[in-house]
Design a protein around this ligand. Structure first.
Ligand code: HEM
Length: 225
């Protein structure tokens, strides 16, 4: 007989939720204001060109500060950065394939995800790899190129070393495109829970509802990306 009791797991501590939503707000603002700065003849969302640049700079500083806060929290306070974000060798050898098979086939056949999140192992192997690349490669590079663009005169030597202003602008734009490619995938995968908003709840109030029955049958699993 199946009983449908559910248990609650505290998955997303307050600092992570604050960082995540500040970061999301900042990145969306950067995308909209950046689109106006890049294509001023087609897009005018914030009045003047100058207003778009000022908003872009402010959102950039917000994202860089919240990134620092995220990094400090996970490395110095929670001390879980490596444990959560770095894929294990089993993740790389089997987990990536297992999770991809789930997203491409088994999800559509109504099968449960092969990973179930716990506070010490929140991410499935695909999430670990994607979040590691985004948070340790893309975010730092896009922020650094942005910081250079905000300080062209004082950091002139470095700008020249990279190949000049045009190259730097091109790099910054391509990195942002990669960021938005991630964001659309992230949004799609975040809706693949039991209900479209199921995975949003822990990122909003901290708590994940777990079906006891489900947690018994999918012991080594977790979810989405
Ligand atoms: C704009 C709207 C966004 C929405 C609606 C959203 C939604 C979510 C949701 C529902 C989760 C929890 C599920 C999961 O663990 O995957 C999550 C986690 C996460 N998101 Fe987002 N996200 C957004 C933007 C972003 C952006 C712009 C980034 C990075 C640049 C990002 C990076 C992450 C990371 C790293 C996690 C895992 C955090 C942790 O538990 O330590 N998200 N997001």
């Amino acid at each position: 007989m199946t009983t449908h009791s559910s248990k609650r797991v505290y998955l997303q501590p307050t600092p992570v939720r604050i960082w995540h939503w500040l970061n999301a707000l900042g990145i969306v603002t950067l995308g909209l204001s950046g689109a106006q700065i890049r294509f001023p003849e087609y897009i005018n969302l914030f009045g003047s060109y100058k207003a778009a640049i000022e908003l872009h700079n402010t959102a950039g500083i917000l994202v860089a500060l919240s990134f620092t806060f995220w990094f400090f929290y996970y490395t110095c306070i929670a001390r879980k950065m490596t444990q959560l974000y770095v894929p294990s060798s089993d993740d790389l050898r089997h987990g990536l394939l297992r999770q991809s098979v789930y997203y491409f086939f088994n999800y559509f056949r109504g099968k449960p995800s092969p990973h179930h999140p716990t506070p010490d192992n929140k991410f499935n192997p695909l999430q670990k790899s994607a979040y590691l690349a985004i948070m340790f490669v893309l975010m730092p590079l896009v922020s650094l190129s942005g910081i250079l663009l905000m300080n062209i005169a004082p950091l002139r030597e470095i700008v020249l070393l990279i190949g000049g202003l045009k190259i730097l602008v091109g790099i910054h734009f391509l990195l942002s495109c990669a960021m938005f490619a991630f964001l659309f995938t992230h949004l799609y995968l975040a809706t693949l829970g039991k209900t479209p908003l199921a995975y949003f709840k822990p990122m909003w109030n901290g708590w994940e509802e777990i079906d006891e029955h489900e947690s018994e049958t999918t012991l080594e699993s977790g979810h989405h990306g």
